[in-house]
Ligand binder design. Structure first.
Ligand code: FAD
Ligand code: AMP
Length: 478
């Protein structure tokens, strides 16, 4: 006999656990299934984000940033330290502790919200039945009026550079190196490649990033990308653009192994020899084995679950959210879809505004944006005005010794409505939300310019950039 629920969620990542908790808050009887195990071999809720994504990467970015600043920034403040050393084991143990705290936190939240967790692999059957192969070998059968598929995503593996968990790794391996590799190669200058490349660079690795595309961070505002590239190069990150990798071979070198990476750029075929290779060429929906025959749920060409704008699959009572459906693969996009679907199931007006989803890259300097880039506005023929302001003229940023970068506000040329905000600099992962809020409330550059910002703060760069839209910035020549 199938156990009856109002809602069954497959996947307890950011999308799935938000959906489960919101549905439970709204009075529904909820089960949530997750197959993942933590480093200790025990079930760990929270998905890619908590186990091997957002949180552990930020933990390592923070540890490595402290180490880097100790060597490169403290001197300017008159602070000197002899023999600074990094204990990689202690750094990884700190990261693991944070991960455990948060994955355990989801289990506690499930308990508090009376959500039944199932630890094992879930498969949707026709008729809103879900079969679960549990880790203890038993099988459970669940039935619900509504099933939410939140299976997330897995790293894309290149056929010529298969992950071996030792020399050729994805994010999972690169978050767990036992020592700083002498030479680290990274395929892909996307968010994951840049963040994890930065971690090991700051700790002393020689990092070379190979990117097939000729443009750096093509999705970001071109000026932001240019500034970031310049700063990364200053830090010693070697970024080779227009470099398409075609092979990677692990070879023995004495007692060790090294990876010979073949790539081609404008000058022809080249080889890069590294100790570790991180393959960060994107992620794909984790839909393998998720759907039994005859469910009616469709996958697109890339294996993503097809949904409408409300995350409905077109099959009665079956929804899909997060990384396994279209849209940016970001945890907070999944959060919002999870909440929206739970609310739609409860008859409430759930909705996600794709126009105001913020993007953040947690490098140094940080990169963040919301809305359209100048390139997009030009391509769409939208008349716009741009105002920008450098952190080098912001007292707080200079006092911190972190003057790199700028803020740019883009507003409609006629209505002055803010259409985008692009930031590169210290702390911009927090500042970008001023742009999100303005756009969500359909505010103008003039609204931003007339809002009193505390002095001295980094947020003053937004104030001045908004004033610069009408060429009235106070702290620079317009
Ligand atoms: P996931 O987090 O992938 O969770 C899906 C869960 O479902 C997994 O636990 C999986 O085991 C389980 N599952 C799948 N299929 C089944 C099944 N059939 N049965 C049972 N369980 C199943 N995003 C940000 O917004 N900010 C960041 O800073 C950021 N940093 C990142 C850093 C790295 C290194 C990586 C890899 C990703 C990062 N991301 C970041 C992306 C973010 O992790 C994802 O967008 C987010 O985790 C997607 O959430 P999700 O719930 O859709 O899927
Ligand atoms: P993202 O999708 O943001 O994680 O970025 C992945 C990056 O990897 C993209 O910019 C791709 O252009 C890049 N990429 C994919 N395949 C290759 C390859 N064979 N060689 C070099 N770069 C690649």
């Amino acid at each position: 006999m199938a156990e009856q629920f109002d809602v069954v969620v497959i996947g307890a990542g950011p999308a799935g656990y938000h959906a489960a908790i919101r549905a439970a808050q709204l009075g529904m009887k909820v089960a949530c299934i997750d197959a993942a195990l933590g480093k200790d071999g025990k079930p760990a809720l929270g998905g890619t984000c908590l186990r091997v994504g957002c949180i552990p990467s930020k933990a390592l970015l923070d540890s490595s940033r402290q180490y880097w600043n100790l060597q490169h920034l403290f001197g300017e403040h008159g602070i000197s330290v002899k023999d600074a050393r990094i204990d990689v084991g202690a750094m990884i143990a700190r990261k693991d502790k944070i991960v455990k705290q948060f994955t355990g936190g989801i289990a506690m939240l499930f308990k508090a919200n009376k959500i039944t967790p199932y630890y094992g692999f879930g498969q949707l059957q026709p008729g809103n039945v879900v079969k679960v192969k549990q880790h203890d070998g038993s099988e459970a059968e669940l039935k619900a009026a509504n099933v939410i598929l939140a299976a997330g995503s897995d790293s894309i593996e290149l056929p010529f550079a298969k992950f071996d968990g030792e020399n050729i790794v994805d994010n999972v391996g690169a978050l767990d190196f036992a020592a700083v590799p002498k030479r680290l190669g990274v395929i892909g200058a996307g968010v994951i490649g840049l963040e994890l490349g930065s971690v090991w660079k700051r700790l002393g690795a020689e990092v070379t990033i190979l990117e097939a595309l000729p443009d750096f961070l093509a999705a970001a505002d071109a000026e932001v990308a240019k500034t970031a590239l310049k700063e990364f190069k200053k830090q010693g990150l070697e970024i080779r653009l227009g470099a398409k990798v075609s092979n990677a071979e692990v070879k023995a070198k004495g007692k060790n192994k090294e990876v010979h990476v073949t790539y081609a750029d404008a000058e022809g075929e080249k080889t890069l020899v590294v100790d570790k290779l991180l393959v960060a060429v994107g992620r794909r929906a984790a839909t393998r084995g998720l759907l039994a025959e005859g469910t009616g749920v469709k996958l697109d060409q890339r294996g993503m679950i097809e949904v409408d704008e409300h995350c409905h699959t077109g099959v009665d009572g079956v929804w899909a959210i997060g990384d396994c459906v279209r849209g940016p693969m970001l945890a907070h996009k999944g959060f919002e879809e999870g909440i929206a679907v739970a609310e739609l199931i409860a008859g409430l007006p759930g909705h996600v505004n794709f126009e105001t989803i913020p993007w953040v890259i947690y490098t140094e300097p940080e990169i963040a944006w919301v809305g359209k880039t100048e390139q997009q506005l030009k391509a769409e023929g939208v008349p716009y005005k741009a105002g920008s302001f450098p952190f080098a003229a912001i007292g707080r940023a200079v006092a911190m010794g972190e003057p790199a970068g700028f803020v740019k506000v883009l507003a409609h040329a006629e209505t002055d409505r803010v259409l985008g905000m692009h930031l590169v600099g210290v702390g911009v992962s927090e500042l970008v939300h001023e742009g999100v809020l303005t756009m969500e409330f359909k505010g103008s550059a003039d609204d931003l310019a007339r809002i009193c910002h505390a002095h001295p703060t980094l947020s003053e760069a937004i104030h001045d950039a908004a004033m610069a839209v009408d060429k009235r910035a106070i702290h620079k020549a317009n």
